[in-house]
Design a binder for this molecule. Structure first.
Ligand code: SF4
Length: 370
């Protein structure tokens, strides 16, 4: 397949692996921020090809995983209302709240529908004016532009029955929080290429300088990931800490400016709780007051509630790279994709789901027989 198979070419992969081995003289921990990269690493066995000194640490970049439990519970309460048609991407339907998930609501008679775009939800609102149509807008900077555009379109068409339950999170404040935590063991980052496609790379320079960490903007195919690791290791070995773009076919320094303009017109920055991690200042987007009529949180007052994560679930530590999924006692025992205790076992980008799917247990050294 043109433009895809090229990025899985085995000869070029071998060359990149050899270059990583040749460049490595000391132990380094490299965090891939995005869950899509985590799955690529495990699916292609990239971690098993690296020198023993290189540890890949899995990061918090799984939007489904970091959506706070109270937001899931809020979604369940809104979706259960008889006047509501609740629209969501499919990956949110099995994310457990305090008591059940969106499938549970659907099974009990709730009008929960899977859509493939927020604009599908706008179309439903237009076609069914007697229904209150709510779209669950979850995600990083990647999914936010389409959600912002849906709000603008609904507003311009006068669709008073359309609203978004927005739970958007931002990558740079999460990197900042990890590095400022005092517990991070990350020496360098592979930043998420698709986020930078929208936002550009300029936001990362202050972080690289402040925490003396290389940040390599990296794609998602096997050669992308290997090249990102190679560049990160070369910088670390040379004592450099720079932002480097290893995904130039999709990313520019300034990013997608029309998308950024729509985002700025619809959303404003807010503090946001991250599931398992806690509140990170200025790490999310909420709808601006001008679009309050399309803000499901304001339209449907479901009250305040106290939530508690399952005690056995260590997803917060997984998402911060403090443990690997198979270090959680519940992994593969009481927690499986069929019986998930945490969102990291549900999401197609979750690290626990990746370890389960690709049957990983033990360290890369153990898997190599080392
Ligand atoms: S394996 Fe399950 S219980 Fe353990 S951290 Fe992952 S999602 Fe939570």
């Amino acid at each position: 397949m043109k433009y895809l198979d090229e990025f899985g070419d085995p000869d070029r992969a071998r060359r990149l692996v050899a270059e990583i081995h040749a460049a490595t003289t000391r132990p380094w921990s490299v965090m891939e921020v995005c869950g899509g990269q985590t799955h690529a690493i495990l699916r292609h066995g990239i971690d098993q090809l690296l020198p023993a000194e290189i540890e890949l640490v899995h990061g918090p970049g799984c939007p489904v995983c970091v959506t706070p439990l109270e937001m899931i519970d809020r979604a369940l309460l809104i979706a259960a209302r008889p006047e509501v048609t609740f629209c969501s991407f499919g990956d949110m339907l099995r994310v457990p709240g305090s008591a059940g998930d969106l499938f549970t609501v659907k099974a009990a008679g709730g009008d929960v529908r899977v859509v493939y775009s927020p604009l599908d939800a706008v179309a439903i609102a237009e076609a069914e004016p007697d229904r209150e149509v709510v779209f669950f807008g979850v995600g990083f900077e990647t999914t936010a532009p389409a959600n912002a555009m849906a709000v603008v379109q609904a507003h311009d068409r006068g669709l008073a029955n359309f609203s978004v339950l927005a739970s958007h999170v931002l990558v740079p404040p999460a990197i900042e929080a990890l590095m400022a935590s005092g517990t991070s063991r990350v020496d360098g980052f592979l930043a998420a290429g698709h986020v930078c496609t929208v936002m550009g790379t300029h936001q990362y320079a202050p972080l690289a300088a402040r925490y003396r960490v290389p940040i390599v903007v990296t794609g998602f195919e096997p050669l992308d990931v290997l090249d990102g690791i190679r560049r990160c290791v070369v910088q670390l070995e040379a004592g450099r800490a720079e932002v480097e773009n290893a995904y130039p076919r999709a990313v520019t320094a300034e990013g997608n400016q029309p998308a950024q303009e729509v985002l700025a017109s619809v959303f404003e920055v807010c503090d946001r709780p991250w599931r398992g991690i806690g509140t990170i200042p200025a790490s999310g987007w909420r709808l601006r007051a001008e679009y309050a009529d399309h803000d499901a949180e304001r339209r449907f007052d479901v009250g305040a509630f106290v939530v508690e994560e399952p005690a056995a679930c260590r997803a917060g530590e997984v998402l911060q790279g403090l443990i690997k999924p198979d270090e959680c006692e519940a992994f593969g025992a009481t927690c499986t994709p069929r019986t998930p205790l945490g969102a990291t076992m549900v999401s197609s980008e979750g690290a626990c789901a990746a370890y389960f799917r690709y049957r990983r247990s033990g360290s890369p050294a153990a898997l190599r027989g080392g």
